[in-house]
Design a protein. Structure first.
Length: 287
């Protein structure tokens, strides 16, 4: 199969290889060597400060997840208003020329939610995740500190990309149609039991790929190899020429799959309302 990209015909395989974004991940070695660089901003994002106060990467600034993801109209984990997000980023010392490195502690999800937020704000090309997160840094015996970093305020200019957030009406147009017949794929990233209906149900027409299958193991937050990830998604029918819309229960798990697919070079979007909104508005489901 060939598709046209900027006037050039490429095979799907060639596009897949050409489009990956390895700069979206940094290793612990890289961060250890660059943490003191003037434009590097390290963000520790988590629901609370417990792990941060117990010992965090030197220079990291703390952002509480509830500052990024809020409840709106009864739907949890929605994007906060742009002006509020601008204030959060500036308070953490993020400026327009900052290279932002994000990690979390117990789960990678707060970090991927923060990445999605920065991508929505137009700063995604200057952001990356620490592969393996705080746990990998700790296991390698690297330095931790309890000293809270107090940064100078940044100067951050949001350039919102509302097209990255898919609304419910657009999802309804996709739902119920075979994924193979569409140029877009609706991807449910929850556990298989939730998708099948043993613990819930899914949006009609969606495919299922549990987000945790993207990382090395339940305990190891590092991403699997690019080759493993490509094989997994393409076997499922999620191929690089198709736009992918990820969803979960409330828009948290879906950001990890959003990050992974963007890392692979896919055109990916997020249904932020996810099943919380879908069920609240009594939209059809299937088991």
């Amino acid at each position: 199969m060939t598709i046209k990209l900027f006037g050039t015909l490429l095979t799907t395989a060639a596009l897949a290889c050409a489009a990956s974004h390895p700069d979206m991940l940094v290793s612990t070695d890289w961060l250890a060597s660059h943490s003191g660089d003037a434009k590097i901003v390290i963000l520790h994002v988590a629901p609370n400060r417990t792990a941060y106060d117990a010992g965090h990467i030197p220079g990291a600034r703390f952002i509480a997840l509830p500052e990024l993801a809020v409840t709106r109209d009864g739907i949890p984990n929605e994007l906060a208003p742009v002006d509020d997000l601008k204030k959060v980023m500036e308070a953490a010392g993020v400026s327009d020329d900052s290279r932002v490195i994000i990690y979390s502690d117990a789960s990678v999800l707060p970090a991927t939610r923060a990445f999605f937020t920065l991508d929505y704000l137009g700063h995604g090309e200057h952001a990356a995740l620490l592969d393996g997160g705080l746990e990998k840094w700790r296991k390698e015996g690297r330095t931790l500190t309890k000293d809270a970093s107090v940064p100078a305020p940044g100067r951050f200019t949001p350039h919102p990309k509302p097209e990255l957030v898919v609304q419910m009406d657009a999802v309804k147009q996709m739902s119920g149609k075979p994924a193979s017949s569409l140029s877009e794929v609706l991807l449910d990233v929850r556990p298989a039991a939730d998708f099948r209906g043993e613990k819930g149900a899914h949006i009609p027409g969606a495919l299922n790929a549990y987000w945790m299958e993207n990382q090395t193991s339940h305990e190891d937050q590092a991403l699997k190899s690019e080759a493993e990830l490509r094989k997994m998604y393409e076997t499922l029918g999620v191929t690089p020429e198709k736009r992918v819309v990820t969803y979960c229960n409330s828009g948290m798990q879906a950001t990890q799959s959003y990050f992974t697919l963007k890392y692979l070079g896919y055109d990916v979007r997020l249904y932020d309302g996810s099943m919380s909104e879908w069920k609240a508005k009594n939209a059809p489901v299937e088991k």
